[in-house]
Ligand binder design. Structure first.
Ligand code: NAP
Length: 484
């Protein structure tokens, strides 16, 4: 396969929080990879901004250190690193103060794309937006990129949206959900809407149920204080899993354009039924051997915040009436594993007899590890012994199917940053989408908070509480295996 890298236009990108964890781990290495691939013009400027006292050369050293730490050696040839560092600059700015803004303004060029990445706490979004305007850094064509968490409930999300919209048009605001930047997630749209094969079957008549799993093997570790205020519902379901659900369930948009796609996603969120508390299982990991259970890693020993959640959802529309969507996500699970599985119904009649058991077509879209897709089809087991049926995957692991270059696809952050520069908002959340997701989430969280419902314990390295399995067992279904 020949990779086709189309360079983006020349740009100035300011990273507020340019010395932080996200900038060091994801944004800067991602930008370097695009530079190395020839997609980022060498005339572009990346300006780090933070409160730390630093000159340009010191920040360049910091950036070089981050690239060394987060990129493999063979992915960072020295000549390329040196050329990339030439694009790097720094300005000392406190988002809450007035110093440094005129220096920043003087560094920004006219006539090139201008983007501001808010890689800082959301409480700084307002002050930054205000000062960008006050100091003439922002123009009608500039873009801002904001990170999750986008609010912690509907009210705070609305306030945040208002703050940003006071200074920028919706068309200038890029709310990142890095799950949308994953190759497989986009492939889900290609598979659904680029083939005639699946769409006729993609409905209640042929789909038995859908499972979406995002399983992490790590716990909250050093982020206990932050995570305990959030929990799996706010941290994962309201944004990442909701986005995956939308792309799976949405109607075909009329065009692959930002608003057409986002309109359809919004309709899915609005069609979600309220969830019966009996269809929600919340858990907290334990780790008696090492004493590193959830409650040992957060400040509140009586915390009722969940590190695991499984739930059954219904999308109330003609396409999906009666089809359960099962979602689960958790920390300290058996493995780091994420997939969407569309489980089709049994064949209406088996000509092979009862003893052949149940065989089902399943389409799985794997997000991690090894992004790819599998379509399980029922075939005859080769060899003698009569007609014995077996379900085998038609493996569509990108790296195997498309050659080694496919394994080198841009990671989610790289792709999304390049989309910001291109001015393509398709893979970013619109303000009304975020608000609709919170409007659906809030009553659920309020419900278990008011009832003071304690999450169920589950062992580190397991698949969550037993009760999560029961969520499916009671209708004769079962979760797909979480594979290490
Ligand atoms: P972090 O490591 O704490 O870094 C924060 C950055 O903001 C630092 O560069 C800090 O530098 C700067 N900063 C703090 N106060 C400032 C101020 N008043 N004015 C200007 N700069 C200021 O945080 P992070 O992990 O990079 O996260 C940044 C944002 O991304 C947060 O909203 C976080 O929730 C979100 N996020 C992070 C991740 C991740 O993996 N890290 C993932 C998803 C979302 P100085 O102290 O020098 O000012």
């Amino acid at each position: 396969m020949v990779s086709r890298v189309i360079p983006v236009d020349d740009f100035d990108l300011v990273i507020f929080g340019g010395t932080g964890d996200l900038a060091r781990r994801k944004i800067l290495p991602g930008l370097f990879r695009r530079f190395h691939a020839g997609q980022m013009p060498s005339t572009s400027r990346i300006i780090g901004a933070a409160r730390s006292e630093m000159d340009q050369a010191t920040y360049q050293k910091e950036v070089a250190g981050a690239l060394e730490e987060f990129l493999p050696k063979d992915a960072r040839p020295k000549d390329q690193i040196d050329a990339f560092l030439d694009c790097i600059d720094y300005v000392k700015i406190d988002a809450m103060g007035e110093g440094g803004w005129s220096e920043l303004s003087s560094k920004l060029r006219s006539g090139v794309v201008r983007a501001f990445y808010f890689s800082v706490a959301p409480s700084l979004f307002g002050p930054l937006a205000e000062r960008l305007h006050g100091h003439s850094c922002a123009g009608p064509k500039c873009r801002i990129v904001v990170e999750k968490p986008f609010g912690r409930d509907l009210e705070s999300a609305k306030a945040l949206n208002k703050t940003l919209r006071d200074h920028f048009d919706e068309g200038q605001i890029y709310r990142i959900d890095h799950y949308l930047g994953k190759e497989t997630v986009q492939n889900l749209m290609a598979v659904r809407f680029g083939n005639v094969l699946f769409e006729p079957l993609w409905n209640a008549q042929y789909v038995d149920h859908v499972q979406i799993t995002v399983s992490e093997s790590v716990g909250v570790e050093g982020r206990g204080a932050y995570y305990d205020k959030s929990g799996a519902m706010r941290d994962m379901v309201q944004n990442h899993l909701m986005q995956l659900l939308c792309l799976t369930a949405m109607e075909p948009p009329s065009r692959f354009d930002p608003d057409a796609v986002r309109d359809e996603k919004l309709k899915v969120i609005r069609a979600l039924d309220p969830v019966d508390p009996a269809d929600i299982v919340r858990g907290q990991y334990t780790d008696p051997k090492k004493g590193r259970g959830y409650l040992e890693q957060v400040e509140d020993p009586d915390s009722i915040t969940e590190s695991f959640i499984a739930m059954k959802l219904s999308v109330s529309n003609w396409r999906w009436a009666g089809v359960p969507f099962y979602l689960r996500t958790g920390k300290r699970m058996k493995a780091r594993y994420s997939e969407i599985a569309v489980v089709f119904k049994d064949a209406p009649h088996s000509i092979f007899g009862q003893d052949q058991g149940r065989h089902r077509n399943v389409l799985t879209i794997r997000l991690q590890p090894n992004e790819g897709m599998d379509l399980f089809v029922t075939i005859k087991e080769p060899g003698p012994g009569g007609m014995r049926l077996v379900d085998l995957p038609l493996d569509m692991t990108f790296a195997d199917a498309l050659g080694p270059e496919a394994a080198d696809v841009p990671d989610a952050y790289e792709r999304l940053i390049m989309d910001v520069i291109r001015g393509n908002q398709t893979l970013f959340m619109r303000g009304d989408e975020v608000e609709a997701a919170w409007a659906w989430t809030d009553p659920l969280i309020e419900g278990w908070t008011e009832r003071r419902e304690k999450p169920l314990p589950y062992e580190t390295g397991s698949t969550g509480p037993e009760e999560a399995a029961m969520l499916l067992h009671r209708t004769g279904r079962r979760w797909r295996e979480i594979r290490p």
